[in-house]
Design a protein around this ligand. Structure first.
Ligand code: XIL
Length: 313
């Protein structure tokens, strides 16, 4: 019986899971399941700003290195997540009161150091994460306050200089359909492309529940316009939560239907969507474990959702 990984390889699509060092280092079942079933992974938390750069100018790569080494040894592609995100700033940065020039220097140093360390190893980076509000305005953050919206092209430029071959993504949630936020992202892409900023893809997080009303046609429409603007797409953080344990059998089927539809639009996107990453490996370790949002259950057994994906390959 072929694994999901083997089938994905044949179909030239990346399937992956977000992983954490705390589990990877301790759980051999986790390690083998991941490497057997997936051909990609995302570093869920261990490379975020506050984790890797907790003191100004001092970097701690112990955990990120371990994940990267594991991935290389098992031939998994690695997504780096994330360089700039309003919620992952260490205190020294969040409360630092730096000038604009100092903040640009901090941004440059951080990105140069982190991306440079994994040059040629991390193939895709979520350079900027969640920079827009739902209404399409720029989200308030220390970066916006100190540097202005130029922090976005600067971040991409610094990342590109540190690894010219890495694919650079803008990543967000509720940006997969057509709405004020995704319009703002589309406009940003066109503006950045227009001035030669190195940006290559848009990440759709896609955190859903079984009750989410997903407009698949609108997602395809959005992907088509992004492709015209020169982008590829990754589905970066897919999960589908169940909401009512009393309706479990039905909801697990509904979950599988949603996973299947989402995978279908990625697989059949004419090459626009190149990766389908699920936000965790097993329900056992999900941050919302009671919502059982993943495709392997807490005993690491494949769920209906797993089959809904695999049966398309
Ligand atoms: C979440 C992780 O899953 C949690 O473990 C952590 O405590 C907080 O961050 N959007 C993102 C991800 O881009 O980085 C977030 O991940 C989930 C929402």
């Amino acid at each position: 019986d072929l694994t999901l990984r083997k089938l994905a390889d044949k179909n030239n699509i990346l399937v992956g899971a977000a992983v954490n060092y705390s589990k990877l280092s301790r759980d051999s079942t986790y390690r083998s399941l991941l490497a057997n079933e997936y051909n990609a992974l995302t570093i869920e938390n261990d490379i975020k700003f506050s984790r890797v750069h907790p003191i100004i100018g001092t970097y701690d790569y112990t955990k990120a290195d371990a994940i990267v080494n594991y991935a290389i040894n098992n031939d998994l592609k690695i997504r780096g997540h994330t360089l700039v995100w309003h919620t992952s700033n260490p205190d020294w940065l969040q409360n630092g009161n730096f000038t604009k020039d100092e903040m640009i220097q901090i941004l440059r140093d951080h990105i140069t150091n982190v991306v440079g360390r994994y040059k040629g190893k991390i193939f895709a980076w979520d350079v900027v994460n969640e920079a827009f509000n739902e209404d399409g305005t720029y989200r308030d953050s220390i970066w916006l306050k100190s540097i202005g919206k130029e922090y976005i092209p600067l971040a991409f430029q610094f990342a590109h200089e540190a690894d010219p071959n890495a694919l650079l993504f803008y990543n967000d949630y509720s940006n997969e359909g057509i709405n004020p936020k995704s319009n703002a992202i589309y406009n940003l892409v066109r503006e950045l492309k227009g001035k030669g900023t190195p940006i290559h893809g848009i990440g759709f997080q896609m955190h859903f529940s079984v009750n989410s009303d997903i407009n698949y046609k609108k997602i395809e429409e959005n992907m088509r316009r992004l492709k015209k603007a020169g982008m590829i797409v990754h589905f970066t953080e897919v999960d589908v939560k169940v909401t009512d344990l009393n309706k479990l059998p039905i909801q697990l089927t509904e979950q599988a239907v949603k996973y299947g539809e989402l995978f279908n639009i990625c697989l059949n996107s004419n090459g626009i969507c190149k990766a389908f990453i699920i936000w965790g490996l097993t329900d056992k370790y999900s941050s919302s474990a009671s919502a059982m949002p993943l495709i392997f259950d807490k005993y690491y057994k494949p769920k209906q959702s797993y089959l809904a994906i695999k049966n398309q390959l």
